[in-house]
Design a protein around this ligand. Structure first.
Ligand code: SAH
Ligand code: SF4
Length: 358
């Protein structure tokens, strides 16, 4: 049944209102033209949406009141709301955010001196099934839109009321299974008509999807790449990261060589130290062999213990052995201090706990 434009809105039509964040510049111009507005309004509206992160049309004080009301009738404004938060003794704040359809994601703000880093999610859940990861255990709910990735960062910015200096996409989800939205979010975070964060301070972390790594190498911006390695022994990596079995270590090694040749940028390998699993002598030797002669930097992380998992973190002494041995083959490694370890910092843990409570 077709409806003419004078038919009053039904409840279904009201729920189908589009979010202002999802409109392209062209669509916004069209909408404003329909409402009889001059062209410069588009820039004003975009500034409220992307730079000021307005939460209501009423905040848009340089727009006529009548326009604000018309916009409110035609479109919605963002769909993220905070469900709960945890605050760490180190100042980190972890948020559980609800999206417009009720799916939820986590993000974290980590302040240090004049800096504020944000860890954001790219999917609600994750289908990759890594054995040590709380997010992996729950499976995938859905991929996020570019705006939903972006809005997490702005939520943290506004909560700390300070500029965000870096973003890592290391929350829930595999960014390269949601490539286009991830790139669009990175571009908006980078843009002066967005968050204005330098490309080098925007990091994507992937479990190692090779076709997308190659695609990423060809993007014009200088975004930073981190690859979750966790073992340089194929058998162990297959157990820890069954979702990337088909991308063998040798192919990953070659792809990363090409990435470095193309971009000249230094990639990071993430390595969560798990006692007796990937911290043994032979694992350390394999890691040294994998990295030697490359530009890579290694980030060693003490495993965050996940409820119900048999995996335990290594000792601090063992982590220091890794740093020394990697240094002996010319590879710089850092032990990343686990921020907010008192607040379910491992990805997926807060969501898991809340799900259990409800
Ligand atoms: N899916 C992407 C990005 C999100 S996970 C990826 O896997 O890279 C972000 C980082 O947290 C990854 O390096 C991941 O391996 C790591 N991680 C997951 N669970 C962890 C845990 N329990 N302890 C320490 N690091 C963990
Ligand atoms: Fe997904 Fe990354 Fe967790 Fe693996 S470590 S299950 S890829 S979020």
């Amino acid at each position: 049944m077709s409806q003419d434009s004078t038919t009053p809105s039904t409840p279904e039509q009201i729920t189908e209102k589009r979010d202002l964040h999802s409109l392209t510049r062209g669509e916004l111009m069209e909408l404003l033209a329909e409402l009889g507005q001059p062209k410069f309004r588009a820039k004003q509206v975009e500034e409220w949406v992307w730079v000021k992160n307005a939460q209501s049309f009423d905040e848009m004080t340089n727009l006529p009141k009548s326009l604000r009301e018309e916009l409110a009738e035609r479109v919605t404004l963002g769909g993220i709301s905070e469900l709960t938060r945890q605050v760490s003794v180190d100042g980190s704040r972890k948020y559980l955010l609800s999206l417009s359809d009720g799916a939820s994601v986590e993000c974290v703000g980590m302040p240090s001196r004049a800096k504020l880093s944000v860890c954001a999610s790219t999917q609600a859940g994750c289908p990759m099934g890594c054995a040590f990861c709380a997010t992996g255990a729950a499976g995938l709910t859905r991929s996020l839109t570019a705006a939903e990735i972006y809005e997490q960062v702005m939520h943290v910015r506004d909560d700390f009321n300070t500029r965000v200096t870096s973003v890592v996409l290391m929350g829930q989800g595999e960014p390269f299974l949601n490539y286009d939205a991830t790139l669009a979010a990175l571009r908006r975070l980078n843009s002066s008509e967005g968050a204005g964060i330098g490309a080098r301070h925007l990091t994507v972390s992937t479990c190692g999807l090779i076709p997308q790594i190659m695609r990423f190498a060809n993007e014009p911006e200088q975004f930073t790449l981190a690859v979750s390695l966790h073992s340089a022994v194929q058998r162990t990596r297959n157990i820890l990261m069954p979702g990337v079995r088909k991308y063998s270590l040798i192919n990953l090694y070659n792809a990363m060589g090409e990435y470095v040749n193309k971009t000249g940028r230094r990639p990071t390998y993430e390595y969560a130290l798990i006692s007796g699993v990937n911290d043994t002598e032979s694992e350390l030797q394999a890691l040294c062999d994998f990295c030697e002669g490359t530009l890579a930097h290694v980030n060693l992380i003490q495993l965050n213990e996940v409820e119900g998992s048999k995996f335990r973190p290594s000792t601090d002494l063992r982590a220091e052995d890794f740093v020394r041995r990697l240094a002996s083959v010319g590879i710089e490694a850092t032990i990343r201090n686990s921020r907010g370890s008192d607040i379910d910092a491992a990805c997926g843990q807060l969501r898991q706990r809340i799900a259990k409570q409800s």
